[in-house]
Design a binder for this molecule. Structure first.
Ligand code: HEC
Length: 241
């Protein structure tokens, strides 16, 4: 799953030592996985959120946090709370905890939105959760997380040239599943990493067939198929040189 092309584009002038780069890359991948885990938990509850009959959904910040950590643990194969876990570098653990706190805060702030009765679709979709969380997280850490796609619904998710090139690679059906792509460049002064996303059944409710027909949010559907590449999470960690 890892084996990033880290050496590609490593600046030849003195920069951070290689070990640090490897750890930064690991941190970036885990951050992307944590944001994706949060998106999944939101996605799993979309039908509940959009139920007009039900008021209190019982989706409290604590319920969310438990599911977030469980999803992350099962996907990353490591536990954030396990202090002896050597698989998460110390610096990464600290920022991951900030990301968990930011995610939880977003769910706390969305309570009245989620629990509104008499309204069907409320607009609290995985991408909206992700963007709100990313914005809080960037304010706290300076690390940028972004959800992007080749044909974005929201123009603020539009890919830059690096993201576009990577998204094209991800879109190739022969591209290995879940393989991240990262680079560090002197020009951007940052470590950048992209984690591919795939269309699950839940995603297809909005992004699937029939292509062009509006989904429940009013957007034309993309016509994605199950398992198809459906965008990416992009991580941008500024590197002091
Ligand atoms: C309830 C409908 C709905 C579901 C379910 C849904 N999405 Fe979306 N998705 C949206 C909407 C609406 C936006 C645009 C949000 C905004 O305005 O920022 C979006 C945006 C995105 C984006 C950001 C790029 C863009 O188009 O702006 C990605 C990537 C994405 N979705 C992937 C997924 C994946 C993967 C899943 C399944 C885990 C999923 N979505 C589930 C409605 C949905």
């Amino acid at each position: 799953m890892s084996d990033p092309a880290l050496t590609q584009g490593v600046p030849s002038e003195p920069g951070p030592p290689f070990q640090t780069l490897v750890e930064l890359e690991k941190m970036a991948r885990l951050l992307a996985m944590m944001l994706d885990a949060g998106r999944s938990v939101i996605s799993d509850h979309q039908t509940l959120f959009d139920d007009p009959e039900k008021g209190d959904k019982g989706f409290t910040p604590d319920v969310f946090e438990r599911q977030l950590l469980e999803t992350f643990r099962s996907r990353a194969g490591t536990d954030l709370e396990e202090s002896r876990s050597a698989r998460i570098p110390t610096g990464a653990k600290a920022v991951l905890k900030v990301l968990v706190a930011a995610s939880k805060l977003v769910v706390a702030e969305a309570q009245s939105e989620i629990n509104r009765q008499g309204v069907g679709h409320k607009g609290f979709v995985p991408a909206v959760f992700g963007a709100r969380t990313a914005s809080r997280f960037a304010a706290l850490t300076g690390i940028r997380l972004k959800q992007t796609a080749l044909a974005p619904r929201n123009p603020s998710n539009a890919p830059d040239s690096f993201e576009q090139a990577v998204l094209r690679e991800f879109a190739d059906p022969s591209y290995p599943r879940e393989k991240v792509i990262s680079e560090i460049t002197a020009t951007s002064g940052a470590l950048r990493l992209m984690l591919p996303l795939y269309a699950t059944r839940k995603c297809l409710d909005c992004h699937g067939e029939p292509k062009g027909e509006p989904d429940r949010t009013g957007h034309p559907r993309e016509g994605f198929q199950l398992g198809q590449s459906a965008g990416a999470i992009s991580v941008f960690i500024p590197v002091r040189q």
